[in-house]
Design a binder for this molecule. Structure first.
Ligand SMILES: Cc1ncc(COP(=O)(O)O)c(C=O)c1O
Length: 404
């Protein structure tokens, strides 16, 4: 059998849903973000300097010495009791404590989104997202053959008027996915009055809101707006993660929401990975109960706030006229709008030659959009490289403006 025929056969076996995949998705971003010879504003990675050190080794050591069976055995599908209580306590501090059957521990926030997709989406179902939004969420929903549509954002967050007109034009969605705090990729926070309005719209039309709080704890100031879940526990499922506030290496997150929906996520998890890492859950619990999570969040907020300020200064100093950017109050990202006609993908490709990695805007939209945008992540660029990186990026943009 010839090599060509074998290749053709593999093309034929792929499921229909794989054809929907957004370009090459996250893997190219992760590849760029991991390159050490570039000044990388690419991946939404936490800075390794925020990761716990010796204190985590002590917790691990104790679990091993004490032969803590719960850390090494399979865990219940919805999570171990101790880590669940820790998460519930933290959510209570944030406004609402989930009941016993309103919480599931997941393998990262991305798994919470996958489980919701698996439980809720039939082929062709309408799912609304923000435009732009987290690429991983678009990929997760499209993998269940959802029809994913974007509702625009403005500087106050999701445009709720446009949400209403989108529903009028396309019907009631299965759910709306939103990142209200320090959004990925735009760095925007949903205004207080819009939070209330959004919950009212969901109640009125009878659809679910999926609230992703990945960056909620990483505001540059202590004050937070109410979570959507605390405003509408009857219509919201919250997906959260410990990737940005603890370590992505353990792959831990949660889903909290109405019990019927959490029950369906538990059902979906049984034949996904069955349980989130027990060892990770126990480490999280010990570290969190000893105050580690709160201390780490304080250190992280200070670090990211400083990096964001350096990025803002550098953009102000170097960007040519006509380039606009968002001014985040937390999180990892600023979103650039390039002058009319300048293509973000071309700028991103050319920037690599100058030793700078950025992500073009288009993959953050489910359909068309974002061609004239790029995302900058300031979370993992060393302080003293931010200015140099932005200077080089600015000269690449100037070159494109000159060429027309
Ligand atoms: C908005 C958002 N949600 C979820 C995730 C993924 O979280 P996790 O690592 O827990 O899967 C990310 C990571 O980039 C994100 O930006």
């Amino acid at each position: 059998m010839s090599e060509t025929r074998t290749r053709n056969r593999w093309d034929e076996v792929f499921a229909r849903r794989t054809k929907e995949n957004a370009a090459d998705g996250l893997s190219s971003i992760l590849a760029l973000a991991n390159k050490t010879d570039l000044i990388s504003f690419a991946g939404g990675f936490p800075d390794p300097s925020t990761f716990p050190g010796a204190e985590l080794a002590d917790h691990f050591d104790r679990l091993v010495r004490e032969r803590d069976v719960s850390a090494f055995q399979y865990a219940p599908v919805a999570g171990l009791p101790g880590p669940r209580a820790l998460i519930a306590d933290r959510l209570e501090r944030d406004g609402t404590r989930p009941g016993e059957d309103e919480l599931i521990v997941t393998s990262g926030a991305i798994e919470a989104l996958e489980l919701l997709g698996k439980s809720l989406i039939d082929s062709g179902d309408l799912v609304l997202v923000e435009g732009p939004t987290y690429l991983g969420a678009i990929m997760a929903f499209q993998s269940f053959e959802a029809s994913v549509r974007a509702v625009p954002l403005d500087e106050q967050g999701l445009d709720v008027e446009r949400l209403e007109s989108t529903i009028a034009a396309h019907g009631r969605p299965k759910f709306l996915y939103t990142i209200p705090d320090h959004q990925n990729p735009a760095g925007i926070t949903l205004a207080s009055d819009r939070r209330q309005r959004l919950v009212e719209i969901a109640r009125h039309h009878g659809f679910l809101i999926v609230e992703d709080v990945a960056y909620r704890e990483l505001g540059f100031t202590e004050d937070r707006l109410p979570s959507l879940w605390s405003l509408g526990p009857d219509v919201v499922v919250q997906a959260g993660t410990f990737s940005k506030t603890f370590i992505p290496g353990v792959r831990l997150g949660w889903g909290a929401g109405p019990r019927e929906l959490v029950a369906s996520m538990v059902w979906a998890k049984q034949n996904t990975d069955q349980c989130a890492t027990a060892l990770g859950q126990r480490l999280l619990e010990e570290y969190g109960r000893a105050g580690g999570l709160d201390q780490q969040a304080r250190r992280s907020r200070a670090l990211y706030s400083r990096r964001c300020a350096l990025l803002m200064e550098a953009l102000e100093a170097h960007m040519p006229d006509g380039v606009l950017w968002t001014r985040p109050r937390g999180g990892f990202f600023s979103w650039l709008e390039l002058p009319e006609g300048i293509d973000g993908s071309a700028v991103a490709r050319r920037a690599v030659d100058e030793g700078v990695a950025i992500v073009p805007g288009a993959p953050f939209f489910p359909g068309v959009g974002g061609a004239g945008n790029v995302r900058l992540s300031f979370s993992r660029v060393e302080d003293d490289l931010i200015n140099e990186g932005i200077k080089r990026l600015a000269s690449v943009i100037e070159e494109h403006i000159r060429k027309g």
